[in-house]
Design a protein around this ligand. Structure first.
Ligand SMILES: *Cc1c(COP(=O)(O)O)cnc(C)c1O
Length: 399
């Protein structure tokens, strides 16, 4: 018999009741260290007092009025995101995929509004993940996500990750833009080299294309900059964000320059819930903390410490860990053992991680993670490594 929750997820037999900072407690009172943060969502951890205050005080005032009326908190959040980025304007959504849908539509609309309606195709990269709507699935082009869902939405051309020659060859008279995650998340924490991002910027400029970034996972401080593309000193034309901006409240945004958004006139796009007062209150509260002096410096320092500690484990357990990669607190452990088994071994040590492509285990702790949390996590990861090292020794002894 089908489960009440449609069985599209293979859920673990683990139920959480409440949390505090980077710690979560199950319904049986067992404490876990959360280095998955709801897949890069809970940037301020669990039970953050400032977020609780923002949401509950908004909840007692007003929940929803629709986008037919003014939105002072939405305008404030948009202004703050604009001031902190390349953008001139923002459209609020409820999820990452919706932010990408807006980005894709805007890219096409821009070309149409500037006299090139034949340009509607978008180039994407192998290993990409942009969401689960029909258009974003076509953009990500993962066989396992597309199977059985009928014809693939047209308008996307995929090239191998980092292959600039293939990219240039894929540009045609119908190309409208290039869409890329500055650090692939689901693909296995694969950072795009700064130099490659700069080349993409100039290829777009030379060919009349828009550069569209998907910072749904790597944005809002995760890599130690507010936005990951800042490391490459480039700016996109359009950028999708989500996950962390709501700190656990479902929301996203599509940011754009004035030029890129010129086709987005009244009636061209919409969302009933997008920019809802509850979401805007929480989004503003997340920015209050993330934009505080020193917050991002701290992410850099903490990220560096974690990477160094993990590098030591890689040196000590080369048969278990192949590589440590990523930026800030977006770290991938590329495993030599199956990543699902490594992740399960961490979970046995009461450490939550997230799997990814390319046999990687992701560490995406809340950005407020303490040094004590780090040490604790590394001890647990080491215990997991030991377990594999011991079983390899046992296998050799038996052989
Ligand atoms: C999670 C994610 C998405 C999709 O976001 P949803 O909120 O699940 O729709 C898109 N792009 C990237 C890079 C993501 O990590």
């Amino acid at each position: 018999m089908i489960t009440p929750l449609m069985p599209t997820y293979a859920r673990m037999d683990l139920t959480f009741d409440h949390g505090n900072g980077a710690r979560l407690v199950t319904d049986h009172g067992v404490e876990y260290l959360d280095f998955g943060a709801g897949i890069a969502v809970n940037v301020l951890g669990h039970g953050h007092p400032h977020l609780i205050e923002a949401l509950t005080s908004q909840a007692s005032k007003l929940w929803h009025v629709s986008n037919l009326y003014q939105s002072p908190d939405g305008e404030r959040l948009a202004r703050r995101l604009i001031e902190a980025s390349f953008a001139d304007t923002a459209f609020f959504t409820n999820s990452g995929a919706e932010a990408l849908e807006c980005a894709i539509k805007m890219t096409r609309k821009y070309q149409s509004a500037t006299g090139n309606p034949e340009r509607f195709r978008i180039i994407t990269f192998e290993g990409a993940f942009h969401g689960r709507t029909l258009a974003t699935l076509a953009a990500g082009r993962q066989e396992k996500h597309l199977a059985g869902f009928g014809p693939i939405v047209d308008g996307f051309d995929q090239v191998p990750f980092g292959d600039m020659e293939a990219l240039k060859a894929a540009i045609t008279d119908e190309t409208a833009g290039i869409l890329i995650e500055p650090v692939q998340g689901e693909g296995g924490i694969r950072p795009v080299a700064n130099d490659v991002l700069r080349q993409l910027r100039s290829i777009c400029d030379d060919n009349g294309l828009l550069l569209v970034l998907d910072e749904v996972q790597c944005g809002i401080g995760r890599t130690g900059k507010l936005f990951a593309h800042e490391w490459a000193s480039i700016t996109p034309d359009i950028m999708a964000i989500a996950k962390a901006i709501g700190g656990g409240f479902p929301m996203g945004a599509c940011l754009a320059t004035e030029a890129a958004a010129q086709g987005m006139t009244a009636g061209s796009h919409g969302s009933t819930f997008g920019g809802n007062p509850l979401a805007m209150a929480v989004g503003n509260a997340v920015l209050d903390v993330v934009l505080e002096d020193g917050f991002l410096d701290n992410v850099n320092q903490t990220g560096l410490k974690l990477s160094q500690k993990l590098a030591r484990l890689r040196d000590e357990y080369p048969d278990v860990i192949e590589e440590i990669r990523g930026a800030g607190l977006m770290i991938g452990i590329k495993c030599r053992v199956p990543n699902t088994e490594f992740s399960a071994a961490c979970l046995e040590q009461k450490l939550m991680t997230v799997g990814a492509g390319d046999n990687v285990v992701r560490l995406l702790p809340p950005l407020i993670v303490t040094e004590a949390d780090l040490d604790d996590a590394v001890t647990r990861i080491e215990a997991a490594c030991k377990q594999f090292a011991a079983s390899a020794v046992a296998r050799q002894a038996n052989a």
